[in-house]
Design a protein around this ligand. Structure first.
Ligand SMILES: NC(=O)c1ccc[n+]([C@@H]2O[C@H](COP(=O)([O-])OP(=O)(O)OC[C@H]3O[C@@H](n4cnc5c(N)ncnc54)[C@H](OP(=O)(O)O)[C@@H]3O)[C@@H](O)[C@H]2O)c1
Length: 344
């Protein structure tokens, strides 16, 4: 069986998602949504840096619904709840790189999505590398340890080569340090707290609260990365921590360190990837790192491995999302999601 998929936008993650859909043996790319007016009518393959595939991108949602897709691979730079509700009500499943369990969207919006999913008999799921797949790996590790008391998860990256670094302005980067950025980060990065929820659901941790902490880093000199300038003394890095608390005990900890290059104040060590630890019997440690394939090196897509590793957990989840019971679905609900072997 194949699932008919519409790719929703062709930005950094969307282009990689389209590549992944085209290579996936159970998926068929039948349409593409363009948010940008200048992409209307252009071939989806070309928009993704591929050969033409004979599928034109469109801003006309009715035309996309008329294609009767099973799923939309939803990767715009922000989630529009009305748009997602419309898709769900029309019976179209949604797999997104910008969704975890929807708690941050608020009770009302979450209820609206649940209702739309129920009406259309569809489900919405979100993944990515983190939030998403990396949290799933960390939770899985606990299956090999007994009597574990804590899971620690560290993302530590240098964003010097991240194409979409300008998106970090909404966290305060390039602006002066200010107390307000603590709450802005808690709000904007609410999906990381949702990751703690999902890990707790998978691990049956009876959470009392998710605590949040934020520490900024500034650049001692002006620096520009991928055309994005951070003036001297402005924000150019940060460390955020989310703790899933049971009483006064921190059981699930996510520590996230992002740096726009070296030499920030303060300067945290960069591990390039994900370090995960289960404190139990025995303790378990894993380090997940990424390196480019020969094809990525040849095509010059080395610099930005963040995009394929964000897109592929979403793409690979599509069959399970289409088969899932209607509603908001997370890794705690879906079966094991694996990659697919593709012969040359
Ligand atoms: N979970 C993870 O691991 C992870 C990691 C990285 C990113 N993400 C998320 O994945 C999503 C895509 O990231 P990205 O780097 O691909 O983003 P992006 O390239 O900045 O934007 C994606 C597309 O969004 C559309 N767009 C631009 N402005 C918009 C607006 N105001 N409203 C609605 N759509 C707009 C554009 O569509 P057109 O193609 O039509 O121009 C653009 O190409 C983001 O929501 C990001 O937060 C998740």
């Amino acid at each position: 069986m194949t699932y008919r998929v519409v790719q929703w936008t062709t930005g950094h993650v969307g282009r990689e998602a389209a590549r992944g859909i085209l290579r996936h043996p159970e998926l068929e790319l039948v349409g593409g949504y363009a948010w940008s007016a200048e992409k209307e009518g252009r071939d989806l393959g070309e928009l993704c840096g591929l050969d033409p595939i004979g599928v034109a991108a469109t801003r006309d949602v009715d035309r996309l619904l008329a294609l009767e897709p099973d799923c939309v691979c939803y990767t715009p730079n922000q989630l529009d709840p009305d748009e997602v509700a419309r898709l769900l009500e029309a019976g179209v499943n949604v797999a997104s790189s910008y969704f975890v369990n929807g708690r941050t969207l608020g009770h009302g919006v979450r209820g609206r999505l649940e209702k739309a999913a129920s009406v259309g008999g569809a489900s919405v799921f979100g993944a990515g590398i983190f939030p998403g797949f990396a949290n799933f790996i960390a939770a899985l590790m606990a299956a090999a340890s007994s009597d574990w008391k804590k899971i620690r998860f560290l993302e530590s990256v240098d964003l010097t080569h991240y194409d979409a670094i300008a998106n970090y302005t909404n966290l305060g980067w390039s602006f002066d340090p200010d107390e307000k950025w603590h709450d802005v980060n808690r709000q904007v990065l609410g999906q990381y707290a949702e990751c703690v929820d999902v890990m707790a659901d998978m691990l049956r941790v009876p959470l009392d609260e998710v605590a949040f902490d934020y520490e900024p880093a500034v650049t001692p000199e002006e620096r520009t990365i991928n055309g994005f300038t951070m003036p001297q003394g402005s924000l150019a890095g940060q460390r955020c921590t989310w703790k899933g608390m049971v009483g006064d005990r921190s059981v699930i900890e996510l520590d996230v360190v992002w740096n726009a290059g070296k030499g920030l104040e303060p300067e945290w060590p960069v591990h390039h990837g994900y370090t995960m630890e289960v404190e139990g019997s025995p303790n378990i440690h894993t380090r997940v790192k990424f390196s480019p394939s020969p094809e990525q090196i040849q095509s010059g897509r080395v610099a930005d491995l963040a995009n394929p590793i964000t897109a592929m957990p979403v793409v690979n989840a599509i069959p399970a999302v289409c088969d899932a019971a209607p509603g908001i679905r997370t890794y705690a609900d879906l079966p094991l999601i694996t990659g697919r072997y593709v012969a040359d």
